[in-house]
Design a protein around this ligand. Structure first.
Ligand code: CMC
Length: 391
């Protein structure tokens, strides 16, 4: 009751108080629990950042060792989950598979959903962090017609993922430290971003006290959309299309400016950043480093640079404060690491998982009420029912 204001897309509506991530969109600042994204991306491991987000403080050496050990020893996924997986068509999008299988985890690990005992929640959290990379690699293996790899608990988080992706039973595979370090950085940069669409989804679903697997599965579905995490796949497809079309970046800029075209420059613009996305700055530099170190020459990087330069000079983009976002350069690195385009958004999901978990946990700890927005009704006023034969 009372006066209802409509805020489509929640552009100006705060949904919660949160102590996890600080973001200043005007200045282009991003902090996790008070630590700058630049510092964390340079110095931390992804699991340290996961711990920081979920528990509020950087772990001590002992806490880190315990946390990592727990995750390492929960990487196996119930074999019956594989049977569900095998039923998916070979060309299924890996994001659809991922959200389905995370949802299925609620059936395989149903213990203590309604428990308020912290140790029960902790186990669900560890399982999610440990098993998501395992499940994610299955889609890639199937697309190649190769057998899936089991996790190797001797490897660190990023190396284990890469090993499950790329090792084959017929040859030796060593994880290249350049590749695992680049992956570590990308995952950290994606780890949380306050009340974005997928995170708000996780909190909203979780606010009904739905279990954590269902809440995270809903977040994965929200992330898939091309305006959100799905943009990283769209960016590379767009850059490839520009290249195939003769490399005329101006043509695509003009198309993006023309509202009737229905085309947007993917990887540009952000709801909150009205300045450079600080993650994009770090990724752009990392893309240069990784390509040089791996000796990869990706012509699409030149197209990206040209597109960025042209857009940042264009009055349309300047006046609307549209800058490259996190998704603009990330695909170029993923490609250099050998990750196929349709897996890019899955990589985003693996990175964002600790953020979703931290936000879900905070929402429950704060005992937030069920999320239930209001509306202003615009439909028909009361009318009389007409029997079927008289219509
Ligand atoms: N290309 C062309 N025009 C754009 C773009 C773009 N990428 N982004 C925004 N605009 C225009 C938009 O048409 C509008 O113009 P006008 O004021 O004349 O109507 C103005 O800029 C403001 O845009 P908006 O759509 O009202 O802004 P929003 O806050 O609702 O949307 C966004 C933010 C990220 C969805 C949008 O910028 C977009 O669609 N970008 C492309 C998709 C993308 O890269 N998404 C990844 C976002 S970052 C990571 C993540 O969330 O996963």
């Amino acid at each position: 009751t009372g006066y209802i204001t409509i805020d489509n897309g929640y552009k100006n509506t705060g949904a919660t108080k949160s102590a996890i991530t600080f973001l200043d969109g005007e200045k282009g600042i991003l902090h996790y629990r008070g630590y700058s994204i630049e510092d964390l991306a340079e110095k931390a491991t992804f699991l340290e950042v996961a711990y920081l987000l979920i528990y509020g403080e950087l772990p001590t050496a002992q806490q880190y060792a315990d946390f990592e050990y727990e995750i390492r020893t929960h990487t196996l996924v119930n074999e019956d989950m594989r049977k569900i997986f095998e039923g998916f068509p070979v060309n299924a999008h890996p994001m659809g598979v991922l959200s389905s299988l995370v949802s299925a985890m609620s059936a395989f690990y149903p213990d203590s959903f309604d428990s308020t005992a912290p140790e029960d929640t902790e186990l669900h959290i560890i399982r999610l962090l440990a098993k998501l990379p395992t499940i994610a690699t299955w889609s890639f293996k199937k697309s190649q017609g190769h057998p899936v790899n089991y996790p190797n608990n001797n490897l660190d988080y990023c190396s284990n993922f890469l090993n499950m992706m790329f090792a084959l039973p017929v040859e030796n595979y060593e994880v290249d430290p350049v590749v695992s370090q680049a992956l570590n950085k990308l995952l950290i940069l994606h780890a949380d971003h306050e009340q974005n669409c997928s995170t708000s989804t996780v909190r909203l679903v979780g606010s009904s006290q739905a279990n954590i697997y269902s809440s995270i599965s809903a977040g994965i579905s929200a992330l898939w959309g091309p305006l959100h995490g799905g943009a990283n796949q769209e960016v590379i497809e767009m850059l490839e299309a520009i290249r195939a079309d003769g490399g005329d970046t101006q043509k695509y800029i003009d198309m993006a400016k023309d509202k009737s075209s229905g085309f947007r420059l993917f990887g540009f613009g952000h709801r909150v950043y009205k300045n450079f996305d600080p993650r994009a700055r770090i990724i752009k530099k990392a893309a240069d480093d990784v390509l040089t170190k791996l000796g990869v020459n990706d012509p699409v990087l030149d197209i990206a640079r040209q597109l960025e330069e042209a857009a940042l000079k264009d009055e349309y983009f300047v006046s609307r404060k549209l800058y490259p976002n996190v998704d603009f350069y990330s695909g170029i690195i993923y490609r250099a690491l050998g990750i196929p385009t349709n897996m890019f958004t899955v990589m985003f999901a693996i990175g964002r998982l600790p953020g979703w978990i931290a936000q879900w946990k905070e929402m429950r700890a704060n005992k937030e009420p069920i999320g239930r927005p209001r509306q202003i009704y615009t439909g028909a006023t009361l009318r009389e029912f007409v029997a079927l034969e008289n219509r």
